[in-house]
Design a binder for this molecule. Structure first.
Ligand SMILES: Cc1ncc(COP(=O)(O)O)c(C=O)c1O
Length: 385
């Protein structure tokens, strides 16, 4: 008889996958759900892929290919102000796998991990899978979804807290942490000897506010594991290519564990990735500009229709307050899907403190966004309490 481990049974079922399935099957649905770029991979990436198609049938070194690590080292220095050596890097199947390896290698059972809430829905189950103990750090709309350092200090248990999860630019709120706030958080981390997991998946998608890497702050490379990916910056989600940068001891442990998870990230993706990091920045910049255009439209319209929305400074999401319609974000999302044929993601998917909000993605063509917003506006007018 098949037995499913308790650990898996306890994992939450992501509602987002149900919504995406309905949206994909019903062509009349306009989806503001996607968490991935709608753009095709830029042409040079397609060309590199073809160029390497007959040279990539072998495994790569578990830590990552030499030429890719060299390209990552250059990129980190130039773009992030992070000084790294090959021993500080492990190349993985997307940054999601890097997060999994880092958790497996740094958290013992019941050690505490502080996780902003709401935050990316991939974090919480990951820590639970390894029996670490997640502690939610509530983020507030009134703070523009920034982390409040005093709230953070109050959550730290000197004996048990091991890791602080950070995500800037953030999914789902679009929040970008300022250098000043990062410095305050860094002081707290050093004082309490915390590891910082800095997820920078959306590092290149910022609008009006610079992206600052935690590991670039004075001395913070000793405390920080940085997670970066090719998925969002280059529209390469399907290549499953990401990497973690951190202290050698932890990266060695992650590389060892990587052999038992996937052996190596796909060889073809790594060969392409090494070239992509040297590619002209204009391709990413063209996508960023288009997202920015959509961002301006969607934020304005959501606020006008009575769904207050903090200005996001990064990523490709808006996070709107729906409390004038209902407090129940699942009810809102499913009713909107049924009546207006628009898919959005309920805020509660991103943690209990996301309840009362919805996430809309603007990784969808502008005319489709505009039609979806027209439909949403009618829905909100009808259901406003
Ligand atoms: C904040 C954040 N981190 C990490 C990931 C994982 O991305 P990937 O595994 O494609 O690098 C995602 C995907 O949506 C994300 O939104």
């Amino acid at each position: 008889m098949v037995h499913i481990a308790e650990r898996e049974v306890q994992l939450p079922e992501a509602v987002i996958s149900k919504l995406i399935k309905i949206a994909a099957e019903d062509k009349s649905v306009l989806s503001l759900g996607p968490g991935e770029p709608d753009f095709p991979a830029p042409q040079p990436i397609v060309d590199f892929t073809k160029q390497f198609a007959d040279k990539c049938n072998h495994y790569s070194a578990p830590g990552g290919r030499k030429e890719l690590k060299e390209a990552i080292i250059k990129k980190l220095k130039k773009e992030n102000g992070i000084i790294a050596h090959p021993d500080n890097i492990v190349v993985t199947c997307g940054s999601q796998e890097a997060l999994l390896l880092a958790t497996a290698c740094s958290c013992d059972v019941s050690e505490q991990v502080i996780i902003p809430n709401p935050s990316f829905l991939g974090y919480l189950p990951l820590f639970e899978l390894f029996n670490a103990f997640p502690v939610p750090l509530q983020l507030h709309e009134k703070d523009d979804w920034n982390i409040n350092p005093d709230d953070l200090k109050h959550l730290i248990d000197p004996k048990k807290t091991k890791v602080l999860m950070l995500n800037t630019p953030a999914n789902p709120t679009g929040n970008v942490l300022s250098r000043k706030l990062l410095e305050e958080i860094a002081d707290i981390a050093v004082q309490h000897n915390l590891y910082i997991f800095a997820d920078e998946a959306y590092e290149k998608l910022v609008y009006n506010k610079p992206h600052v890497s935690m590991a670039s702050l004075n001395g913070m490379e000793k405390y920080t594991v940085t997670f970066q990916t090719f998925s969002k910056s280059y529209a390469m989600c399907g290549y499953r290519l990401g990497y973690a940068v951190g202290p050698k001891l932890l990266i060695d442990a992650m590389t060892k564990t990587h052999i038992y998870s996937t052996i190596s990230a796909p060889t073809i993706s790594q060969m392409v990735g090494a070239k992509v990091l040297g590619m002209d920045a204009k391709y990413t910049e063209a996508m960023r500009k288009e997202y920015d255009k959509r961002r301006k439209v969607i934020v304005k319209r959501l606020n006008q229709m009575g769904l207050p929305t903090v200005q996001p400074n990064g990523a490709f999401y808006t996070f709107s307050n729906i409390k004038d319609v209902t407090d129940d974000s699942f009810k809102f999302a499913f009713q909107l899907l049924k009546e207006a044929k628009v898919a959005v993601v309920p805020g509660k998917e991103f943690g209990t403190y996301g309840e009362g909000y919805i996430r809309c993605s603007y990784a969808t063509a502008l005319p489709r966004i505009e039609t979806a917003l027209d439909r949403m506006e009618k829905f909100v007018q009808k259901h406003k309490r």
